[in-house]
Design a protein around this ligand. Structure first.
Ligand code: UDX
Length: 435
């Protein structure tokens, strides 16, 4: 049976969930306090760049199963299931800022007119769902509601595909009634036999952090192996390929590079360390992953310095600003640390990215030069540093670039180019872990 759902928050998590649940056949209201965003969404304009989102948004708006509103009270009153998909950014000390979640909970308390299931999709520290349950009970003097934890595992750029084809769905729950309702909400996935993990709140909450911290650790591990490969004369691509052939390890998330970034791994690793500290458990491995990842970003600049010598007043072309390809998102992108380090060294920076230039302008203002394509960026550059693995950079016009640059130096932080071909054109080439 289709359900009446409100999803609060129309960022990456909330918006994809709202569209996805509507596509499953539910009646969905996506709520956001940003009226301008709501108007755009109702007009079929997605506020984020995400593959396939436009078609799905349009299709579900047309079917009238989906609409957007900034009226949180009436949306809650109308709905049986409330998904919380608002931001949970890190505070300066690494703790999670739960103020947006708290605001939504307070709205729910004020508008709890009938039985409702409140589902946390935002990533929240262990203990939050239990707290939400106790808080609502105390505030409303009612237990005509259930709380469910349903963490999200979407990758940016592949969020739509991930939503419709998840490896598994995690549901932390306490009552059978809420379990049956969640089965209805996810009915389409249930019918195609997606694995569902039914567990308690704490388990669901920890799965999310453990998952992201494990992947961040896997990347950091291969980055350290890459650094060792450089020194001893091994090729990290071959090492990673062989590791990946071991079914127990698998080949994913073994691409050496400039360090992980994005909205999840940096935030969730830090939060896991804080959660450990709160309960007196030393998450020393995760702490070291965080440190090592910071060093990896700066190591990319050191590579440049090793080849170029003093960086002062050098002109550097930075190709790629987003934290990974297929997104305009620059949150915690290695490009930020790299550019800041170059600015510290008084370099002139000419940057290009197929999608992230607008976000870069918000971060760097007039401190760097923004270029419409890679050729404009490399003109008169002393070196070129590739930071994001955009497909268009795999087929760079190297013949032309060789004529435009001042010095033929390429730092390929994603191992995208063929060192042989690049060197044939007279470039000095530095990859990661492939001496
Ligand atoms: C991630 C998780 O995959 C997702 O499940 C979670 O819910 C949110 O965080 P996302 O941040 O979109 O998704 O990016 P992802 O594709 O996982 O990449 C994260 C970072 O790791 C990027 O900076 C990427 O470039 C880097 N990375 C990834 C590597 O450096 N090497 C790899 O092998 C894989």
């Amino acid at each position: 049976m289709s359900k009446k759902i409100t999803v609060v928050g129309t960022g990456y998590v909330g918006l994809i969930a709202a569209i996805g649940f509507a596509d499953f056949g539910n009646q969905v209201i996506g709520v956001d306090i940003d009226k301008e965003k709501v108007d755009k969404l109702n007009a079929g304009i997605p506020p984020i760049y995400e593959h396939g989102i436009h078609d799905y948004l349009e299709r579900n708006l047309k079917s009238k199963r989906l609409r957007f509103s900034s009226d949180i009270a009436s949306s809650i009153i109308e709905s049986e299931v409330i998904f919380i998909g608002v931001g949970t950014p890190p505070k300066d000390n690494g703790d999670v800022d739960l103020s947006q979640v708290e605001n939504v909970i307070n709205e729910i308390c004020k508008n709890l007119n009938d039985y409702k299931v409140i589902v946390t999709k935002s990533t929240v520290p262990v203990g939050t769902n239990k707290w939400i349950k106790e808080y609502i009970k105390e505030k409303t003097n009612s237990d005509n509601f259930d709380v469910v934890s349903n963490p999200e595992f979407l990758r940016e750029g592949k969020a739509i595909t991930d939503f419709f084809h998840p490896d598994r769905v995690i549901i932390g729950y306490e009552s059978e009634k809420s379990k049956e309702i969640l089965k209805d909400v996810y009915r389409s996935l249930y019918l195609v036999e997606t694995p569902f993990v039914w567990c308690n709140y704490e388990t669901a909450e920890l799965i999310k952090y453990a998952n992201n911290a494990f992947l961040a650790t896997k990347i950091t591990f291969i980055n350290q192996i890459a650094n060792l490969s450089e020194t001893i004369g091994a090729d990290v691509n071959e090492v990673a390929k062989a590791l990946g052939m071991d079914g127990r390890i698998n080949s994913k998330f073994l691409h050496a590079g400039p360090g992980y970034g994005g909205s999840c791994f940096p935030k969730d690793t830090k939060a896991l360390v804080q959660i450990g500290a709160k309960y007196g458990v030393n998450m020393s491995l995760v702490k070291e992953v965080i440190n090592s990842n910071e060093l990896q970003k700066i190591r990319m600049v050191k590579k440049l310095e090793n080849v170029l010598g003093d960086l002062k007043d050098k002109c550097i072309a930075v190709l790629g600003l987003a934290f990974k390809s297929e997104t305009d998102d620059m949150r915690e992108s290695p490009a930020i640390s790299i550019i800041n380090e170059l600015i510290k060294n008084n370099c002139k920076i000419k940057a290009h990215d197929p999608k992230a230039l607008n976000n870069a302008k918000k971060l760097f203002g007039d401190k760097i030069i923004y270029c419409k394509d890679s050729l404009e960026a490399v003109k008169d550059a002393d070196a070129l540093i590739l930071v994001t693995e955009w497909n268009e950079y795999r087929s760079l016009d190297l013949n032309n670039i060789a004529k435009l640059v001042k010095q033929k130096i390429i730092i390929d932080t994603r191992n995208m180019l063929s060192p042989k071909k690049v060197k044939e054109l007279g470039f000095i080439y530095e990859g990661v872990g492939r001496k």
